[in-house]
Design a protein around this ligand. Structure first.
Ligand code: DAH
Length: 345
């Protein structure tokens, strides 16, 4: 017992003398490690009676606990001192200039989408989200393009399986929206990406984007379509913009039109933007085909509607004078930062 107390006293004296963290760790090892001075005393238990063992064991444990807690106190104190010293020695010059981060800019492609949405929301439309991967049923069949229809050739795309494909036009969203609306009036636009098998060049890309528009209600007529698109052109290009309809063909509209906007660059005189014609084609549109209405549960004798599909990159290229469609996808920060043009009111 005396020996235990003696060893404890010595250890505490040594601990007192220890002036660094490593000194304290050395004391800890010397007394408390497996072969440390306090631990090896346990071997003496063998020579003691059961009664003596109990008190002896307890004494050693108490000594260990005392030493351990004193060691921890001291380590704590030394660590705090060390930290304080480090803080005192460290000076931070808050007047040094920081590292500046380059802020990004929205790709003009997305700026145009925002603007298009804003224009149509202003006319009471809601914005729908469609899916880029869709079923043949929605992309073609419900749009009056059955399996063997020749119009499918123009929209060859990437198939995931026989019935699932990357949509070749945003028109696919029409059938989804009609299904959801369940016979009620509709007034939506849906911007999104589309895919077609195409050779990439300055004006073509296998991936591009469109904004689909669909209005269905009673008494919707071609005049409504024209007024809507005229307002769109005036907000997007120039307050003096005119539009013209040329007859065309789409399986899902009847009649169908190709829509041109008067050249906002030369105002009809002829220039290189409009290839000297005074007009620029910007979209396809028409009155929703009665078959399309019927297939989606609308009675064409009661309901009518118009639809349109605008090429987003085309609008952005015309609006900003961009010569190559591929620039939208290359993420060149110098290109992206160039566009902040607003149309005058
Ligand atoms: N989906 C057509 C295309 O990709 C564009 C289009 C034309 C959409 C007429 C329409 C429409 O909604 O009515 O070429």
């Amino acid at each position: 017992m005396e020996e235990i107390q003696k060893i404890l006293e010595n250890s505490l004296i040594e601990l007192e003398k220890a002036s660094s963290i490593s000194d304290v760790v050395a004391v800890k090892n010397l007394y408390l490690s497996k072969k440390g001075k306090l631990s090896v005393l346990m071997n003496k238990m063998r020579d003691l009676s059961i009664e003596e063992r109990k008190t002896f064991g307890k004494e050693i444990n108490d000594a260990k606990i005392t030493l351990e807690s004193r060691i921890n106190e001291k380590l704590d104190k030394l660590n705090k001192e060390k930290l304080l010293e480090e803080l005192n020695n460290e000076t931070i010059d808050i007047t040094l200039p920081g590292n500046s981060l380059n802020s990004g800019e929205k790709n003009p492609f997305y700026k145009i989408i925002d603007e298009i949405e804003e224009i149509f929301i202003g006319m009471g439309y809601t914005v729908e989200k469609g899916s880029e991967v869709d079923k043949d049923h929605y992309v073609f069949e419900l749009l009056n393009i059955p399996k063997d229809h020749p119009a499918r050739d123009m929209q060859d795309t990437l198939y995931i399986d026989n019935e699932t494909l990357l949509r070749s036009h945003t028109s696919a969203v029409q059938a989804h929206v009609m299904e959801k609306a369940n016979g009620k009036p509709i007034k939506i636009i849906c911007p999104g990406k589309t895919y077609r098998r195409d050779d990439d060049d300055m004006t073509h890309s296998h991936q591009f984007a469109q904004v689909e528009g669909l209005v269905i209600d009673k008494n919707i007529n071609m005049g409504n379509l024209k007024a809507t698109l005229e307002l769109f052109a005036r907000k997007m290009f120039s307050k003096n913009s005119e539009i013209r309809f040329r007859s065309s063909y789409f399986p899902f509209t009847e009649p169908s039109v190709e829509v041109d906007v008067s050249c906002f660059n030369c105002h009809g005189k002829g220039c290189n933007v409009c290839k000297n014609s005074g007009w620029i084609e910007i979209l396809g549109a028409g009155m929703v085909h009665p078959n399309v209405l019927k297939m989606s549960g609308y009675n064409p004798d009661i309901y009518s509607g118009f639809a349109f599909g605008i090429g987003i990159e085309r609008v952005a290229m015309l609006r900003y004078g961009i010569d190559d469609i591929r620039r939208f996808y290359q993420n060149d920060i110098r290109f992206i930062k160039e566009f902040n043009k607003k149309v005058e009111d």
